[in-house]
Design a protein around this ligand. Structure first.
Ligand SMILES: Nc1ncnc2c1ncn2[C@@H]1O[C@H](COP(=O)(O)OP(=O)(O)OP(=O)(O)O)[C@@H](O)[C@H]1O
Length: 292
């Protein structure tokens, strides 16, 4: 049985290519059977993983950021291969949840000798996500940032996207049904967590557990724009949950509807609009994690 590495050469501004060279040298030295495939365009990691999940490989490893992991997870439907991750992207939120080291040497050691654990995945619009899906202010920021990235570089695009959204964003009336709990009214945002992190280290649902069979939902009720601006940095530490406008709930099925379509963000990508039904799929994927 062999290991397949799926490398996104553009992840982490090319860091993946350096990582791929190290992986090849190390595995050749150790005499370990492996194959390595490089993606040539967006979406290809999913196709490679799908074709490879026929039992040929014991482990299928994403070398990239969360975008690459998202594609590989979607490709690994029903296969027996375990997912490994060598984090070489800019965000790497999934590995934070799984406690996989951000260091190449340790992450590779985990791929080779770690233990295998089953995790849940979220499902929405027929696709799986691993970290967080969200609707509201933060999803709008993701969309505006994507637009800005065409003209200005990453971090500046994010700040521009953030301020443009804060100025223009109008809170909308929504209906959110979490199993049989119902919320009707305006929201700042709703984040549905399978993992804890999104947006490159923001701990939006600090109590989320990736293997408990539940989503942990962070619903933020309306607040002033000034307070929104003050709240955003506190999401990095998870301290936002202390605010009176923040509600944390657990559930297996979440329905969100709104009068006008609202953007849905899954694992950092715009993946659709409301109405949306999000379901937790228990024990969907096996992941290689560090030994306890
Ligand atoms: N060969 C390729 N050319 C262009 N884009 C690609 C290629 N392979 C994969 N992608 C896309 O690159 C995107 C970013 O990948 P990933 O998230 O793994 O890296 P990243 O450096 O963390 O990027 P980001 O910070 O934008 O999330 C993914 O959406 C993926 O579909």
């Amino acid at each position: 049985m062999s290991i397949l590495f799926i490398v996104n050469p553009v992840a982490g501004k090319g860091k993946s290519l350096e990582f791929a060279a190290y992986i090849e040298n190390t595995l050749k030295e150790k005499g370990i059977d492996y194959a390595m495939k490089f993606t040539t365009l967006k979406g290809e990691a999913e196709h490679i993983a799908k074709e490879a999940a026929d039992g040929t490989y014991e482990k299928i490893v994403a070398v990239g950021g969360d975008g690459t992991v998202y594609e590989v997870i979607n490709g690994l439907a029903g296969g027996t291969a375990a997912l490994g991750v060598i984090p070489s992207g800019t965000g790497n939120d999934f590995v934070k949840t799984m406690k996989i080291s951000p260091k190449l040497e340790s992450a590779l050691e985990t791929v080779l000798n770690g233990e295998i654990t089953a995790i849940d995945c979220g499902k929405v619009n027929g696709r799986y996500f691993i970290n967080v899906a969200s609707i509201g202010l933060d999803a709008e920021i993701v969309k505006k940032t994507e637009e800005m990235k065409k003209y200005i570089p990453g971090p500046t695009a994010y700040m521009a996207g953030l301020f443009k959204t804060l100025f223009q964003y109008r809170l909308q009336d929504v209906e959110i049904v979490i199993d049989d709990w119902v919320y009707k009214g305006k929201i700042t945002l709703v984040a549905v967590g399978n993992g804890k992190y999104y947006g490159g280290g923001m701990k939006v649902v600090p109590s989320a557990k990736i293997d408990d069979g539940y989503f942990t939902v962070c619903l933020i009720k309306p607040m002033s724009k000034f307070k929104m601006l003050r709240l955003l940095p506190t999401i990095f530490s998870g301290d936002h949950i202390q605010e009176s406008e923040v509600i944390i709930l657990k559930g297996k099925k979440i329905r969100v509807s709104s009068k006008d379509p609202m953007i849905l963000n899954t694992d950092g990508d715009i993946s659709g609009t409301t109405p949306a039904v999000l379901e937790i799929i228990e024990n969907r994927t096996s992941v290689i994690v560090p030994n306890k």
